[in-house]
Design a protein around this ligand. Structure first.
Ligand code: TYM
Length: 331
């Protein structure tokens, strides 16, 4: 039986963090043996915020290195840059014809961007979910490992697939979000103001490139409270610290601190010291390996080139089927 197709991507807009690791990369690594995987650096998606052209390559190579340093094996998966697969923008153009302005304007991530960068509300931002659908459907992807923040985009990808199928004939699968049981879907920033993100709240985000000193400093400053209040649920920013403790260390490490919290005797200072050591031990090998990988640009270029070829082999077959169904077949 042929293996199921898995597709996912990460934007090259900054340094990867624990949210990217636990929301996405951890799943990629677990899936690489059993599925037919296409994982890419979403460099076209990064263009929506007009990055400095001089920094684009460094960012792409770093994201690539951080994925490999986290355990992804380029021999087992297709690991590539989105911009190396021209069939993606071609499918994006086709899907744009069946995506509607009204539905795109309603997407919460679009509305957030309008609020955050009112001076740059470009058409690429509006059609961001269409490009994402093209990324997935170009390989007929069935499973998409992503964090919670991408679920709405996946729903739109299913809508576009369905609409294409209704209009032109059954062709695309409806891609589903994939996660292993109990996997964390959202890591919050350490100041409790929202999800960890590549470009916001950098002092409350643990990056895979952070050194030991920086990690300890950030965790020491993490937001806590005065302890549990009877009848009140645990605040989400405290829950987040326990989650980090149990996933970077182990559930057994976290349990005594959870017990202490429930018993009203939690000492956050002790808990943060433990958490800092666990996060340092977790991040250090990834950071060190990634630094090594980034030194060998020729090797990274070869990985991208080979990955791009694997991705294009799949993409060119799918796009020619789509062209035929639409009626673009003149010769
Ligand atoms: P991006 O680059 O913002 O994030 C990459 C992956 O990391 C997950 N993630 C998180 N998970 C848990 N907690 C967090 N704090 C956290 N922050 C990020 C994201 O859910 C994502 O899985 N639009 C996508 C990139 C993309 C894509 C695609 C993904 C482009 N085309 C096709 C899947 C399929 C994005 O901006 O992810």
């Amino acid at each position: 039986m042929s293996k199921e197709i898995v597709v996912s991507g990460i934007r090259s807009t900054g340094h990867l963090h624990l949210g990217n690791y636990f929301g996405a990369i951890q799943n990629y690594v677990k899936m690489q043996d059993e599925y037919n995987c296409y994982f890419f650096v979403a460099d076209y998606h990064a263009l929506t915020t007009h990055p400095d052209p001089k920094e684009l390559k460094t960012n792409v190579f770093r994201v690539l290195s951080e994925n490999i340093a986290s355990g992804l094996d380029p021999e087992k998966v297709a690991l590539y840059a989105q911009s190396d697969v021209p069939e993606i923008p071609e499918l994006y153009l086709m899907l744009n014809m069946i995506a509607y302005k009204g539905e795109l304007e309603k997407v919460p991530t679009f509305k957030d961007k309008v609020r955050l960068q009112p001076e740059n509300v470009n058409a690429g931002l509006l059609t961001y979910p269409v490009l994402m659908a093209a990324d997935i459907l170009i390989h007929k992807g069935a499973k998409v490992p992503v964090g919670k923040d991408q679920e709405q985009h996946l729903e739109m990808a299913r809508n576009f697939a369905q609409r294409f199928n209704t209009r032109y004939g059954d062709y695309f699968p409806e891609p589903q979000v994939f996660r292993f049981n109990n996997d964390t879907v959202k890591i919050m920033s350490l100041d409790g103001t929202g999800k960890m993100s590549k470009s916001e709240n950098i002092n409350a985000t643990i990056y895979l490139s952070d050194d030991d000193y920086t990690i300890r400093k950030k965790i020491a400053k993490a937001k806590t409270d005065a302890g549990p209040v009877e009848g009140q649920p645990m605040p989400d920013f405290i829950q987040n610290l326990f989650t980090l403790l149990s996933i970077t260390g182990s559930p057994e490490t976290a349990q005594p601190y959870i017990n202490a919290y429930n018993g009203g005797s939690i000492r956050y200072g002790d808990m943060k010291k433990q958490l800092a050591e666990d996060v340092v031990s977790f991040v250090r090998p990834i950071r060190e390996r990634s630094i090594e990988l980034q030194k060998d640009e020729a090797a990274l270029r070869k990985i991208l080139k080979d990955g791009g070829e694997k991705a294009r082999a799949s993409a060119s077959a799918v796009i020619s089927g789509a062209r035929k169904l639409i009626g673009i077949s003149y010769y």
